[in-house]
Design a protein around this ligand. Structure first.
Ligand code: SF4
Length: 428
């Protein structure tokens, strides 16, 4: 049997992948999610950490859609066709780089392989610079209830330095249009740690974003890693904030949004008080999977498109990142897996403990052994006021939450499909 990819010295074969899909076939309907990665953008932003390709070729996008249809056909042939899905997320890249007929075709492909029910939640990431009234109406009409717009920073110096110029007026117009059209939830994404970000400038961005009244705001950490992302060489490190300044920027975001009534969820998300994610966090049942935060502990995530990352039962599986390699494998009738790993019992328990800490900000005493030596390291953080220890376990203090945020952001940035989410580096 050919090897489709490897995790260190452990090959992940086609047989293993088929085995994972066969297990899913026998799993009752009711907790399935689908992620689709659209790997195209109009231009490359200099800070970008995503798997994407700049193209202006309609044909290239059409060929991607052909391969996507084939990949979905291969998977659903194995797990059963038109199974209901609870969650659909289309990310990228820039999903709204597709033109209107291509967006409509994307939805047709999805709906011919899966069933979206009235309860399904469909979300999509959009670049405001590519959005038009007609396009947003189409996206809403296709059934997307949640939409996310990348804002990053509204300061002109920052925007020039990261190669992403979009005025407040334009972002406001797009946001208000989406509101008027009737999207249930509008999310805005910010990035901190970018060149030329200053406390004053970032505060202005935070205030302007707040004025729009988004339902959720994500505030991501910029990771400068030109060795892995050569286009980041164009960012002059002399203009990047220091680690302390960067932490202060995030602190500003926390302060601004929480003062305005938003609730801080997990590592980097701010939501309204009645948001289900906040309710879940308060109840200690917030989770995180390849799609982000979720209220469902055992959701199975199928992923399609280059670099799509699936979480199926005890397996993590990542597709080929390179568009041409992904396409070639699919067109050759292969599952385009680049990396896969089945978690053993130790991995699972450790991961569960880490996710509990990241999402619910506490670790029950019963999970202490699952964290191995890191549990002792965490306990030592009590002296610095970063954690509180009781008979029930460990609870992160607000200060500790900032530290964990930095740690887990580092891990996410490594792009190894969540495998490190349960192996973080402890600061000294
Ligand atoms: S729009 Fe997003 S995915 Fe595309 S280049 Fe910019 S940051 Fe990267």
């Amino acid at each position: 049997m050919s090897s489709l990819g490897s995790a260190g010295d452990k090959p992940f074969t086609q047989a293993q992948y088929l085995d994972v899909l066969d297990t899913l076939r026998q799993t009752p309907d009711g907790n399935l999610a689908v992620y689709i990665h659209v790997p195209f953008c109009h231009v490359r932003c200099l800070y970008c950490a995503c798997d994407t390709t700049v193209t202006h070729s309609l044909e290239k996008v059409d060929q991607y859609l052909d391969a996507l249809e084939r990949e979905m056909g291969m998977v659903t042939e194995r797990i059963g066709r038109r199974r209901p899905i609870q969650q659909l997320h289309v990310g990228g890249g820039t999903p709204n780089h597709l033109n209107e007929p291509q967006l409509a075709r994307l939805m047709e492909i999805i709906e011919s392989h899966f069933t979206l029910t009235p309860e399904s939640c469909a979300s999509i990431e959009c670049n405001p610079r590519r959005a038009s009234v007609g396009q947003l109406e189409l996206i809403h009409g296709l059934g997307f209830k949640r939409i996310s717009f990348g804002v990053q920073d509204l300061n002109a110096d920052v925007q020039r330095a990261i190669g992403r110029v979009q005025s407040l007026n334009m972002v406001r117009d797009v946001f208000l249009t989406a509101r008027q059209i009737g999207f249930q939830s509008i999310n805005l994404d910010l990035v901190y740690g970018l060149p030329f970000q200053t406390p004053r400038g970032f505060q202005t961005t935070l205030d302007q974003v707040l004025d729009l009244g988004p339902d959720r705001v994500a505030c991501f950490s910029y990771a400068h890693d030109p060795a892995r992302r050569p286009h980041q060489h164009a960012i002059d490190t002399a203009h990047l904030p220091s680690p302390a300044e960067k932490l202060a920027l995030f602190h500003r975001a926390v302060h601004t949004f929480t003062e305005a009534g938003y609730r801080w969820v997990g590592l980097d998300l701010f939501v309204l008080e009645d948001d289900e994610l906040y309710t879940a966090q308060v109840a200690g049942r917030l989770y995180r999977n390849a799609l982000g935060y979720t209220t469902s502990a055992d959701r199975q995530v199928l992923a399609f498109g280059p670099s799509g990352t699936a979480e199926l039962g005890d397996a993590l599986i990542r597709n080929e990142s390179d568009l041409r390699v992904w396409q070639m494998r699919v067109n050759n009738g292969q599952f385009p897996v680049a990396w896969g790993r089945r978690l053993d019992e130790t991995d699972r328990r450790r991961r569960q403990a880490m996710l509990h800490l990241m999402c619910n900000l506490k670790l029950p005493a019963s999970s202490a052994a699952d964290l191995d030596h890191e549990y002792e390291q965490l306990c030592r953080k009590a002296e610095q006021g970063l954690v509180e220890i009781s008979d029930e376990g460990i609870r992160l203090t607000p200060q500790g939450r900032y530290i964990l945020h930095g740690l887990c952001s580092d891990q996410d940035d490594r792009g190894d499909c969540g495998a490190n989410q349960w192996r973080f580096r402890m600061p000294s």
